[in-house]
Write a protein that binds this ligand. Structure first.
Ligand SMILES: Cc1cc2nc3c(=O)[nH]c(=O)nc-3n(C[C@H](O)[C@H](O)[C@H](O)COP(=O)(O)O)c2cc1C
Ligand code: FES
Length: 642
């Protein structure tokens, strides 16, 4: 394609691309996101290519490898357009049938469509699946419609028209005003108003300014930013370029962790394509505006997602935070005004410019506008990425979209906000999701991690887990964070091991206050959150651990024991054979007994004990009943046959 020199030229190219695409020609969109690739999408893609050829349909069917549409739990995901027939958990063996039935005959392969696990009701179209039906996928929705390596695909869905509009019909100040009016707040954690940050940078006296994409995404279990950068890299570049124009920056960076190789590859390809077509480089779309973008791969330290640490790492130094008496928007990379925004924040910008602030503000609540992508994981039926309007309740996310808790277990809490977020209990399930609402509940929005926990989760152990993560990830520069979190972790470790003492909770509270007040950056300042939020809602669990040496969720290894109920054991030998520690004594017709000295508490015995016997018990806070005498351990034939 030739370099595009004007807004009219872009429209002409778009029309040319669309004229070459017959909207009724079937297109098989196969998710090639990391989740589906891990479940065998590579083989499914290869199978489609060879089967389409084998059945002589090359000229009549298109295939497309796309980014993640979110329903990773049921991957590999295949959507066939234009009818939008969605097949889930597709294997290479299913492909011949899909090609012969759906592509040739127009028939639906019933067994591959979504079926509701409880009612069995089927949903053929992607938009009818409950997981998608309750979402508003302004940003993520494009992923399944484009090949991220094809700029033509992006142009075909209207890509770069927001940039063209901004450069040809709006002044930089007008762009800034539009973003301010949209009331977009940063999606990376703090929820800072994006327009205000841009304005601060724009007004900073230094002529050289930078714009940066924060794609560090260090939260365990979170992959919203990866999915966007992998699945729709041009949308991020378009948002970044619009931001650069509004601020007056001519250089930008994508800071992405090197553990995201597909994201790196796709964004590098996208930059090259955008340069070739004139969306990046000198005199963009003939507007006289120059802007270039470089990719910087981070080494994967959580703290490098923090703005000042990220900027220090960009400069080629160790990624440690520094005090921010002056905002990085004024003094950032190389002491120049630098606007850092999260991937999802940038992805919103083209939509706001092309559709307007009125369109954007129709979604969300008074103080939290637009949609938010969450990475829904943990004890939930439908794990994956969900994009929801702000203001939706946690209950709707967990139950309507997430499909509830597996195994008939009870919901206990949802952890939001990443490692320094907090746990929200069942009684707050009707809380509306928004920046301020989550903060008031003792958690935070963070960048969108959402971990669902069921009744088997110990909340003291959850706090310990996140404090352990943060201890590892603290850069060590400031004492309150380096030493404070470590001490908190030590106390929490003791509590979960049954060595908790009276006064521990008060000491943890004191340490929380100091770390929160005196740490250099938000890693240390927010590190006490996992403890404080679990204490706020689950204090009884702390008390049970400390005073009764009991873990109510039967989770903390040092506080639980397994024993076999002699009245239920049928001496079937299953647990005895599977115990890798050799801790179970007994034999054929001999009631089994667990040797507590040898037991490693791996839980295999309880898992393998047949449900009809249900003989293995897990206990906490009470002594293990003494084994019955040797002579009484006989299981008679009659009792075995019961
Ligand atoms: C320890 C730490 C890690 C962070 N990691 C990320 C991250 O991975 N991605 C991100 O966008 N923001 C992260 N942030 C928030 C950034 O410092 C910054 O506020 C954000 O990138 C600004 O973009 P936004 O205004 O679009 O949210 C982190 C903050 C802290 C304190
Ligand atoms: S990776 Fe395919 S649906 Fe998420």
């Amino acid at each position: 394609m030739p370099r595009i020199n004007s807004s009219a030229g872009l429209e002409k190219i778009r029309q040319e691309i669309l004229s070459q695409r017959d909207p009724v020609t079937p297109c098989v969109s196969i998710c090639a996101g990391a989740g589906c690739m891990a479940s065998g999408a590579g083989e499914v893609i290869a199978a489609f290519k060879s089967e389409i050829e084998k059945q002589g349909l090359q000229a009549d069917v298109n295939t497309r490898e796309t980014g993640c549409p979110g329903f990773c739990e049921r991957g590999p995901v295949v959507v066939i357009y234009p009818d939008e027939i969605c097949y889930l958990q597709v294997t290479p063996e299913d492909v011949p049938e899909i090609v012969s039935q759906t592509l040739r005959e127009g028939k639906v392969v019933d067994r591959l469509v979504y079926a509701d696990p409880t009612t069995g009701e089927k949903a053929i179209h992607e938009s009818d699946i409950p997981f998608y039906k309750h979402q508003v996928r302004n940003i993520l929705g494009s992923n399944i419609r484009i090949d991220p390596k094809s700029i033509e695909d992006y142009l075909a869905i209207g890509g770069y028209s927001a940039l063209a509009k901004a450069l040809s019909r709006m002044s930089a100040v007008e762009v800034l005003e539009e973003v301010k009016k949209s009331r977009l707040r940063g999606r990376g954690g703090g929820g800072f108003p994006t327009g205000r940050k841009w304005e601060e940078s724009r007004n900073a006296p230094d002529e050289t300014k930078y714009v940066i994409v924060n794609a560090d995404e260090g939260d365990p279990g979170a992959f919203m930013d990866r999915a966007l950068l992998e699945g729709n890299p041009h949308s991020i570049l378009e948002g970044l370029t619009i931001g650069a124009y509004a601020i007056g920056a001519h250089e930008g960076f994508v800071y992405v962790r090197q553990e995201y190789p597909i994201a790196v590859e796709n964004v590098v390809i996208a930059i090259r394509q955008a340069e070739e077509l004139g969306f990046l480089g000198r005199n963009i779309l003939g507007s006289g505006f120059d802007f270039t973008v470089k990719v910087h791969q981070g080494a994967g330290a959580f703290v490098c997602g923090e703005s000042s640490a990220l900027m220090t790492a960009l400069e080629g130094r160790a990624g440690e935070p520094r005090p921010k008496y002056i905002h990085t928007a004024v003094k950032g990379v190389w002491d120049r005004p630098s606007v850092l925004n999260n991937v999802e924040t940038w992805a919103n910008v083209p939509l706001i410019i092309s559709k307007g602030d009125d369109w954007f503000t129709q979604f969300g609540t008074e103080k939290s506008k637009g949609t938010k992508i969450f990475s829904l994981v943990g004890k939930i039926n439908n794990t994956g990425l969900v994009e929801v309007p702000m203001g939706i309740t946690l209950r709707d996310i967990v139950f309507k979209i997430g499909g509830g808790i597996p195994g008939g277990k009870r919901f206990k809490a949802v952890q939001t906000g990443g490692p320094s977020g907090g746990c929200i209990p069942e009684e707050l399930l009707d809380l509306e999701v928004g920046f301020d609402e989550l903060t008031q509940a003792g958690s935070m929005m963070g960048s969108g991690g959402m971990i669902v926990m069921d009744e088997d989760t110990c909340m003291v152990d959850v706090a310990r887990y996140f404090l352990n993560f943060l201890t590892d990830e603290s850069c060590g520069k400031c004492v309150p964070c380096r030493e404070g979190i470590r001490q908190m972790l030590k106390i929490l470790n003791n509590i979960t091991k049954g060595k908790g003492r009276e006064g521990d909770v008060e000491l943890l509270e004191e340490l929380s206050e100091v770390a929160g007040d005196a740490s250099l950056c938000a890693l240390g300042k927010s590190a006490p959150n996992p403890f404080l939020s679990t204490l706020r809602y689950f204090r009884d669990e702390y008390e049970a651990h400390i005073r009764e040496k009991r873990c109510p969720a039967l989770c903390c290894k040092e506080l639980i024991a397994y024993h076999i109920d002699p009245n239920r054991c049928r001496a079937c030998m299953i647990c005895l054979k599977q115990c890798s520690a050799g801790a179970i004594v007994g034999g054929k017709n001999r009631i089994h007994v667990i040797d507590q000295e040898k037991c490693t508490k791996c839980g295999t015995c309880i898992e393998v004990c047949p449900a009809r016997f249900n003989a293995v018990k897990k206990i906490s806070g009470e002594p293990v009943p003494p084994p019955i005498p040797e002579a009484e351990r006989v299981v008679t034939r009659a009792s075995t046959e019961k």
